[in-house]
Every structure is written in structure tokens, then in C-alpha cells.
Design a protein around this ligand. Structure first.
Ligand SMILES: C[S@@+](CC[C@H](N)C(=O)[O-])C[C@H]1O[C@@H](n2cnc3c(N)ncnc32)[C@H](O)[C@@H]1O
Length: 319
């Protein structure tokens, strides 16, 4: 169970093979529904029945999930349906319609990538950079639900790091709709969400003005997708997971375009895996950027931090 109270059930699977424990076993299909009438005289509570059903379906964190489902359902019939969806392997967050991320409740529609706790490292690093230059322009590319952009917007003022403008973009219309809801009015000002392929989605006026450019792009190698937990493999869009043969196809394009969009001295933050870092550092060097890997054991996360030259003539080491 993550500290957010959520099962890391559909946690992004890094291509390192560090696949999180799947919480629902596929063998659960034959188990009968739990919301049946308990035997006469049985003192079994709805909570116990839900826990029993989830457990029999292979849910590792059955009690925590049961509490959330009981809280969310308005009627016994709705509860029964939700529990059966969960037992069939649907991500808990899609059933609830939200995920907890960096202390926020982020709306996550079916068909939209579920934000992972490890991605909070991107938020922490973005806030560190914003503290240095308050009032900055932030872009969250491949934003999915917009969790990262929303967290930066929400935490900025409290962390002493208000961003002047937050922009987010994704190529997937369902993700864009979800992100628009999640960014509306956050931090008092909200953020703008665009639809389109990477930088092509952004307004031209942002070119050369981005102080913090963030991307959690798809980075699972195509061949590793079959090894992911069914919740991710079967319920999240392939476009959100598949990073091509070595997992870096989209990230290389992000890196190649970054120098045109970053402000002088601007910072690029890319979620990646430790295994991919060396290849990505090569790509950064080819784009004229220098970078370093920052890792968090607590979050099981790694982020490549790179900096644009502070003047257009020379290189700058990342802070
Ligand atoms: C791994 S998910 C991450 C979503 C979000 N950043 C997060 O951390 O929750 C990757 C996202 O990239 C989007 N994506 C994939 N290819 C893209 C492209 N060429 N241009 C823009 N977005 C893209 C997918 O639709 C998906 O929402």
C-alpha cells in the first residue's frame, strides 16, 4: 500500500523488471460475486464481504480497497458492481474515478493513465527549480490526467515557488479532457491544456520561454509491456505505456525539441529508469544539454535533470 492509501496496483512498470506486485490475480474470474445474501444468522458485515471477495480475487490490499469502495458506492448494487470490476482486474483508480497524487485528488477517467506515486519526484524537483526563480513558465508534456501540472500549481505558492504560467499537453483527447478538469482553477489561476503531438500542441509564444519543462512520457520498451500487471497492460492506453523498442522513442523526441522551447538556463525534467539513463544522457548531449540522474529510493523513482545553456552560446550544468 502506498502512503497515499492506494495500492500501487497499476504502478508504472519501469523497464527494469521491477514490476510491482499485481494485486488482482487473473484466476479470480471463477469466484462468485460477494454481494450475495449471507447465510441466515451470519453476522458478516458488508465490509467483511467486500474484503473477502477482493481477497479471493487476489487483491493484496483488500481492506484498504474495501474501505474506499464502500465509501464511494451509493447503493448496494453500485458497490457490488464496483467490487466485481475490481475483482476482474480494473484499476481501483478507474473505478473510483480518482487517484491520490502529491496530496491531491486527481480525476482519472477510464482510458487515462493512472498517475503513479513515483512521479511525485518530478513535482519535487520542479518545485525546487521554481523556488530559485519564482514566477516561471512551466510545461508538462505528455500530461495524461494533468497530475504533475496540477500538483505544481497547487503546491507552488505554499512551497514558496509560485509558477506564473502552467501549461500541459497530451496527444490523447480523453487525457486532455481529464487534465482540463484537473487544472481548472487550481492555485487560483489554473493551467492551460492543449491537445497534440509533443511540442506541436504548444502555442508558439512559449518557444524559448519555458523555465521548467517536465515530461513523464511513455518509456516502457514495447517488449516489456506484456510483463506489466494486467491492470496496466489491459486497462491503460498503449500509447501511454509504449516507448518503442528501447523505451526511449518519445523521450528522444522530447529531448531533441527541448532546446528550442527552454528559456536560457531553463530546466528539463524527465522521468526515466536507471537502466535507460545512460542512453538518455547521450541524447541530451547530442541536443547540447547537460544532465544528471536524480533518484529517490523512497519513491523508487529516477528523473533526468538537464539544463539549457544560460546564454545561447554556452552550456550550463544542472543545478
Ligand atoms: C506514462 S503516461 C504519463 C501521464 C502523466 N504525465 C502522468 O505522469 O500521470 C504518458 C502520456 O503521454 C501521452 N503521449 C504519448 N505519446 C505522446 C505524444 N507523441 N505527444 C503527446 N503526448 C503523448 C499519453 O497519451 C499519456 O497520457
Amino acid at each position: 500500500m502506498s502512503s497515499s492509501g492506494f495500492v500501487p496496483s497499476s504502478g508504472a512498470v519501469p523497464p527494469t523488471g521491477a514490476v510491482p506486485t499485481s494485486v488482482v490475480s487473473p484466476s479470480s474470474a471463477s469466484v462468485p460475486p460477494i454481494i450475495s445474501v449471507p447465510p441466515a444468522g451470519s453476522a458478516e458485515s458488508p465490509f467483511a464481504r467486500v474484503v473477502g471477495r477482493l481477497r479471493s480475487a487476489g487483491c493484496v490490499f483488500a481492506e484498504d480497497e474495501a474501505r474506499l469502495l464502500l465509501d464511494a458506492a451509493h447503493t448496494p448494487a453500485e458497490l457490488a458492481a464496483m467490487v466485481e470490476q475490481r475483482a476482474a482486474g480494473q484499476p481501483l483508480e478507474h473505478i473510483l474515478g480518482w487517484a491520490e497524487f502529491h496530496g491531491l485528488r486527481i480525476a482519472v477517467d477510464v482510458g487515462v493513465f493512472v498517475p503513479r506515486r513515483r512521479t511525485e519526484l518530478l513535482v519535487r524537483l520542479a518545485l525546487d527549480h521554481l523556488r530559485v526563480g519564482a514566477g516561471a513558465v512551466v510545461v508538462d508534456l505528455c500530461c495524461g490526467s494533468g497530475a504533475v501540472a496540477a500538483a505544481v500549481l497547487a503546491a507552488g505558492p505554499a512551497a514558496g515557488a509560485p509558477a506564473a504560467e502552467v501549461h500541459a499537453a497530451d496527444v490523447e483527447p480523453r487525457a486532455v479532457r481529464c487534465a482540463r478538469r484537473n487544472l481548472a482553477g487550481v492555485g487560483g489561476v489554473g493551467g492551460q491544456v492543449y491537445e497534440g503531438d509533443l511540442y506541436a500542441a504548444l502555442p508558439a509564444r512559449l518557444r524559448g520561454r519555458v523555465d521548467v519543462l517536465i515530461a513523464n512520457a511513455p518509456y516502457v520498451p514495447t517488449g516489456a509491456i506484456d510483463l506489466m500487471p494486467p491492470e496496466a497492460r489491459d486497462h491503460e492506453p498503449r500509447l501511454a505505456l509504449d516507448g518503442g523498442p528501447d523505451g526511449l522513442a518519445v523521450l528522444r523526441r522530447v529531448v531533441a525539441g527541448a532546446p528550442d522551447w527552454l528559456a536560457p538556463g531553463g530546466c528539463l525534467l524527465l522521468e526515466t529508469s536507471r537502466r535507460q539513463a545512460a542512453l538518455l544522457l547521450d541524447a541530451l548531449a547530442r541536443a547540447g544539454l547537460t544532465g544528471r540522474l536524480t533518484a529517490s529510493d523512497e519513491l523508487d523513482a529516477s528523473v533526468l535533470v538537464a539544463a539549457a545553456p544560460s546564454d545561447r552560446g554556452g552550456r550550463r550544468e544542472p543545478a
